[in-house]
Design a protein around this ligand. Sequence first.
Ligand code: ISJ
Length: 99
Amino acid sequence: MAADEARAATALAPLRAEIDAIDADLVALIAKRMAVVERVIAVKRAAGIPALLNDRVEEVAAHVRHRAAALGAPPDLAETVWRAMMDWIITYEDEKLGQ
Ligand SMILES: C=C(O[C@@H]1C=C(C(=O)O)C=C[C@H]1O)C(=O)O
């Protein structure tokens, strides 16, 4: 059993390094997306537009489902991740717009 676990640990290490590298790329993309969100907030503030725009939320969710399916990723996973991110961003925008 110990030998099996040692073999598994050896096999897992490079895969986990790949996941860590992908996560670093994803965090960089989140930072890039948030920089655009800051510009969205400025436009919304100037025009008196609210943080939550339901039609846009549904459009983004549909886009990521479609893109995930095209790339062989689970659409439900993509939609779940994006809805969580958009919920967080809407709260963030709300706080910023209320200031
Ligand atoms: C960024 C926006 O604000 C909110 C956040 C969204 C997002 O993170 O994609 C989408 C819809 C909005 O309610 C936007 O209106 O585009």
